[in-house]
Design a binder for this molecule. Structure first.
Ligand code: BGC
Length: 469
């Protein structure tokens, strides 16, 4: 009896350690995702001077990464289906190292652009594989928390990039800003070696006994692991896979469209516009010199990180759907009041309190996103796709994320020129109100439900909003 309980304790400890390692490695992928999103804003002015870039080329330096990410996400669907999550992560880590070193050492703008596409490819792979891998490696009770933790690493990456950019900016060291990212990239490469492959992917490739070993390693009892394996086997009975299944099966199509809708909603909240525009709002509020600007960006980055903690704490308890509704409503309110403040400022009301309210609303909007759509959309997208078409479905939703990110970036300045800054934010207000309604109508609650149960409900033709019941 005594012996047994010690063995069990040891097993629980081992399973826990393995999960911490898995979370660390996938978290590194998130960190790199964030670092690469965050780094370019600080480096661009120096790169522009160094290579004497036209504004067209500056846009290219920024957007080649998004383009690479969209391409990376589409092609990883296939790579991850054929080679598995682990090898895909390895490919991503290698590209992160090559892309960071390539852009840091670039002798001319062509090498810089090619390296940015490579980096984008790496970001596309990371944003595709890491949440999917985490969802397949975790137990239903803490799946949400693990993927929120991944999103928190994304936000930490953005924050660290802001800080490191500021530090290196004193000497104008743009090559160091870009090159320093190769260090966490190397760390990711090394840690991926120690990762087990996903049992769900192994089972889908017929490697049942390997899948069983890994499930047992991650579970606290053999019984739990074996039950999970039989549920996985059950979901593999469907004959077709990927694209074929998408064409043939209406329920699979519904899941794919739902994933794409979720990612489009996440991007059209306007979060990236707010992050981009925040320094200007802080400038109005009196944060005028470089040092104050630095404090301002760090405050935004830190708010993003801290609010993600709220999601980590609540997503497996209160559920995905309530926090998504609250989040979209919060962003609607924040962007509305921000628009009002900016309207007043532009109309000549120059009171300090208006600028302060604008700053508070900026932070409120960032926090509303970070505690909801930021993590929850990645969580849901990795949960709702049936196993046999999971790679295809997640590839479609991740590519939608990057595609919409590009659209937002490309239309923002045009919208401001056409409608003015206040009305531009009100457009986002309207969209976020619409997203509250869409969440009520279509988004399922998946808290505490196994991936296999979600799949059964979907394939049985239940309404999308009910597939987690
Ligand atoms: C989004 C990114 C965004 C980031 C901000 C992610 O979930 O996909 O577009 O920049 O959150 O924290």
């Amino acid at each position: 009896m005594e012996q047994n309980s010690v063995t069990h304790d040891e097993r629980v400890k081992k399973a826990k350690l393995m999960k911490v390692f898995i979370a660390f490695a996938a978290g590194m992928a998130g960190l790199l995702f964030g670092l690469d999103i965050g780094v370019i804003s600080g480096a661009l002015p120096f790169i522009t001077t160094h290579f004497d870039l036209s504004s067209r080329l500056q846009e290219w330096v920024v957007s080649t990464m998004m383009l690479g990410a969209a391409l990376g996400a589409i092609s990883t669907g296939w790579i991850s289906f054929k080679l598995g999550r682990k090898k895909s992560l390895m490919a991503g880590a290698t590209l992160f190292v090559l892309g960071s070193l390539g852009s840091a050492c670039a002798p001319n703008v062509i090498v810089l652009l090619v390296s940015r596409v490579l980096l984008g490819f790496a970001v596309g792979i990371a944003s595709y594989v890491a949440p999917l891998y985490l969802s397949e490696m975790s137990e239903k009770e803490d799946r949400g928390k693990l993927i929120s933790m991944y999103q928190m690493m994304v936000t930490i990456g953005i924050l660290v990039a802001f800080i490191s950019d500021t530090i290196f900016s004193y000497g104008g060291h743009w090559r160091l800003m870009l090159g320093v990212i190769s260090i966490p990239a190397l760390l990711l490469m090394i840690s991926v070696f120690g990762l087990p492959d996903s049992p769900r992917w192994l089972a889908s490739k017929g490697m049942i006994s390997k899948a069983k070993d890994i499930l047992r390693m991650l579970s606290t009892t053999d019984e739990k692991a074996d039950n999970e394996l039989s549920e996985i086997n059950e979901s593999l009975k469907v004959k077709q896979e990927g694209w074929g299944l998408f064409k043939a099966n209406k329920n699979v199509r519904r899941a794919v469209y739902l994933g794409m809708l979720l990612q489009a909603m996440q991007q059209f909240t306007g979060m990236n516009v707010i992050l981009y525009y925040a320094p200007q709002i802080f400038k109005h509020a009196g944060f005028a010199n470089t040092e104050q600007q630095m404090i301002a960006t760090v405050i935004c980055g830190a708010t993003n990180v801290l609010a993600t903690l709220i999601a980590m704490k609540t997503v497996d308890k209160s559920g995905r759907k309530p926090i998504l509704k609250i989040g979209f409503a919060g962003i609607a309110l924040g962007t509305f009041l921000l628009g009002v403040c900016l309207y007043m400022i532009n109309a000549g009301f120059d009171a300090l309190w208006i600028s302060i309210v604008a700053v508070i609303m900026t932070l409120f909007t960032i926090a509303s996103f970070a505690m909801s759509a930021g993590p929850v959309v990645w969580i849901l997208c990795s949960e709702i796709q049936p196993l046999k078409s999971r790679d295809f479905g997640v590839a479609c939703s991740t590519t939608t994320n990057w595609g919409c990110n590009m659209i937002i970036g490309a239309t923002f300045l045009t919208l401001i020129n056409h409608f003015g800054i206040a009305a531009t934010f009100w457009i986002y207000t309207t969209l976020n109100i619409l997203f509250v309604v869409l969440t009520i109508l279509f988004i399922p609650e998946t808290k505490g439900v196994s991936l296999e149960k979600i799949e059964q409900n979907l394939m049985a033709g239940k309404k999308l909003k009910d597939i987690g019941e």
